[in-house]
Every structure is written in C-alpha cells, then in structure tokens.
Design a protein around this ligand. Structure first.
Ligand code: SF4
Ligand code: SF4
Length: 381
C-alpha cells in the first residue's frame, strides 16, 4: 500500500532540486562542529539536514539563510556531502512558497529592475570608470574586466575597481568593460533561493558576452570568478576567468609594474572563502603584498584552508546580523592580537564586515581594512 505524506513529498522535492547529497548524510555532526556560527551562537547544519531528511517537519524561522556558504563544512564532511548545494536547494523550495527572508526581498526587487542588488541605477554601473576613460569591451580586446556590483555602486569598494583598472592600464593590459550593459554575475542571488532571477541574470550576461566574443575575463570579485568558472558552463557557455590577484602577481613577476613607494605598516591577509576554499587561490595575494617596500607581512591564526569567514557570502551581505554575532568583529580582534594595523583582503564582500567590526569595537584608529589592489596601487602611483 502506498501512503501519501506531504513531508516525504518535501524531501523528494529537495532531492530533485539538486539536493541529492541529502541521502548521503549519516548525521555525524562534523559540519556543526566546524561551522563558524558555533563560535557566536547555536546553529546546527546537521539538525537542518535531519529535518530535511524528514520533510522539514518542524522547521521554522530563517536559520537556513544563516549559512554564509563558507565551505568549511563541505571540506570536512566525511561523506562528501555538497552541503551548500543542499542548502541552496532547500532555500529555493522555501522561496517558492514566498517565505524568503524579508530583507532579501528588496535586494531581489533591485536585481530584477536594475540588474544589481545595491539599488543602483543600471546606467550608473560604469560611473566608477568615468575618470579613467576605460574603453567598452569589443571583439578583439583581450580581457573583459568585470568589476562586480559592489565596486560599481558602493562608495567604499568603488576604490578597489579604480585601483585595479589603473594598475592594469599601467601594465599595458588590453581590457574593456561593459558597464550598464552587464548584470550581476548571479552567484549570491542563487544563494537567496530565487533561482528564476539567478537564471535571468546568467542568461542576460551570457548573451552579452557571446554577442561580443568574450573569451577571457578578469574578475574583481572571487564570487564572480566562482560563478563564471563553475556555474556559467552549466548554461553551455565557458570562458577563461581569472582573479585580479592572479594577473597582478603575474605582471609583477614579469616586471611590467614596479611597486616603489614604501607602505610602512604591519599587514595581515584575510583569505576570502570564495577565493581560497572555493577556488584554491592562496598564494598570489600574499605574493603581491610581500613585494611592497616597507610592508611587514604577518599571518593570523586562521588562514588559507582554515580561514575564518567574514560572514558576507551566501547572501548574508544583505542580512542583518546582531553585533555580538558578527564574524568581522572576530577577525578584527584576531588581527589586532598579532599586532597588525592593516587587514588586507581580495574580495569586495570581505571589506564591509571587518570594517564594521572595527567600528563596533571602537578601534578605527588602530587598524585599517584595505584591498590588496589599493595597497599595490598606492605603492605604484
Ligand atoms: S558532516 Fe556530512 S555526514 Fe556529517 S552531519 Fe554534516 S552533512 Fe551529514
Ligand atoms: S558552509 Fe560554512 S556557514 Fe554554511 S553550514 Fe557550512 S560551515 Fe556553516
């Protein structure tokens, strides 16, 4: 006899939505033990998996959207469960019922009307490049430089795109931008659970890229890098994306640019989750920092594969986190404990959380948060 259970139906839907790995979980609890949320509050990915295996019966609240997709648990899970994929599938199913967290709704509204989550007008996407006179990408230009939405609209991170573009130009790299024609890469939008909006963004970019014969992409953000590398091929389109630190470290090695001005600071480096654990790029940002004259490089305790997430991934960038639970505060404390007066990073999403942490702790005079491109640019120009 076949019994119909709405909960079994939910589990089946999660499996069909890309969460097949749910079946592999044998409830060992390793994910819960290594998740950075455990440092600041109760959160159990293992328990959410258990609920999902039983049709989410008893699930309530927004805990599913706490996951910042840092990948720490995925790398440690003894069963090789694609925990982030399963969470994303679950978010997509809950999102279909309209139960997406309130704070994400305005973000998705902006993405749908302007092509970016920052509520910026589409025609203002290339304003950061106005004074640099960067050309539009066209067939035959070697690289598309993809600035990411944050540096296109956020006044603080805009400086990152400007620094990177100035260095690329100084080194004679042939690159162009699309500005208002391009849209958000979609990486974090997928993590909200709104798969329709995500697919719309990806298809719009792919059609723009293919119509203009894009082959190589310099990504400012590790999130865009991840998306172009791992997700765009699922839409039958592949490009050669590289992260900006990869090309900057290469042109330094080739002698095309020469840092010369001293930066007399004790600098530590925060590995962004999507550059490190997700993309395996750990050395290039460090190589760049180590050639800056006068810069003293120091490492924190949680580095490389064990880096502590800043808390901005997985769409958390647009969600409120109570002050006492912010990972950015922990990162600032760690950097200060080793005597650093600058945290350098290489992701536009990794700037605001420690910068807010600085303010929350009242230590703005003690420590700065800068992108690797800004430190390099200051040393060149
Ligand atoms: S670590 Fe893997 S197997 Fe263990 S509870 Fe988490 S998801 Fe399940
Ligand atoms: S990906 Fe990171 S934040 Fe998400 S459950 Fe795993 S360890 Fe926690």
């Amino acid at each position: 006899m076949n019994y119909y259970s709405p909960f079994l139906e939910v589990t089946r839907t999660i499996l069909e939505a890309g969460g097949e790995d749910l079946k592999k979980c044998y409830q060992c609890g390793t994910c819960t033990a290594v998740c950075p949320w455990g440092i600041v509050r109760e959160f159990s990915p293992r328990y959410i998996f258990k609920l999902a295996q039983h049709g989410l019966e008893g699930y309530e609240g927004d805990d599913l959207w706490l996951c910042s997709t840092c990948k720490t648990c995925v790398d440690r899970c003894p069963r090789g469960v694609g925990i982030i994929n399963v969470f994303t599938s679950m978010r997509s199913i809950i999102a279909q019922t309209g139960l997406i967290p309130q704070t994400l709704r305005s973000v998705l509204g902006s993405v749908n009307s302007n092509g970016n989550p920052w509520a910026g007008k589409r025609e203002e996407r290339n304003l950061w490049a106005k004074e640099l006179d960067v050309k539009r990408f066209s067939d035959g230009v070697e690289y598309l430089y993809f600035s990411c939405c944050a540096p296109s609209y956020d006044p603080r991170t805009k400086k990152i795109a400007i620094s990177t573009a100035r260095i690329l130009r100084e080194a004679g790299i042939d690159f162009g931008i699309f500005g208002k024609e391009e849209s958000c890469c979609g990486e974090s939008i997928k993590k909200t659970g709104d798969i329709n909006t995500y697919e719309k963004l990806v298809n719009s970019n792919i059609s723009l890229f293919n119509n203009n014969n894009v082959k190589k992409i310099i990504a400012q953000s590790p999130h865009c890098l991840y998306s172009f590398k791992n997700e765009y091929p699922n839409f039958s389109s592949s490009y050669e994306p590289i992260h900006y630190t990869q090309i900057l470290s290469k042109i330094i090695r080739e002698g095309k640019i020469r840092p010369k001005k001293e930066f007399k600071k004790k600098v530590t480096y925060h590995d962004p989750c999507y550059l490190g654990r997700h993309s395996g790029i750990y050395d290039e940002p460090r190589e760049i920092l180590k050639v800056i004259p006068g810069l003293e490089f120091v490492e924190m305790y949680r580095i490389r594969e064990n880096s502590l997430c800043c808390g901005g991934g997985g769409a958390r960038m647009w969600m409120e986190t109570p002050k006492e639970e912010r990972f950015g505060v922990l990162r600032i404390k760690e950097a200060i404990s080793i005597g650093a007066n600058v945290i350098a990073t290489a992701c536009p999403y990794c700037i605001p959380p420690p910068a807010d942490g600085r303010t929350a702790l009242g230590v703005e005079n003690k420590i700065d948060v800068l992108d690797v491109s800004e430190i390099l640019s200051n040393s060149i120009f």
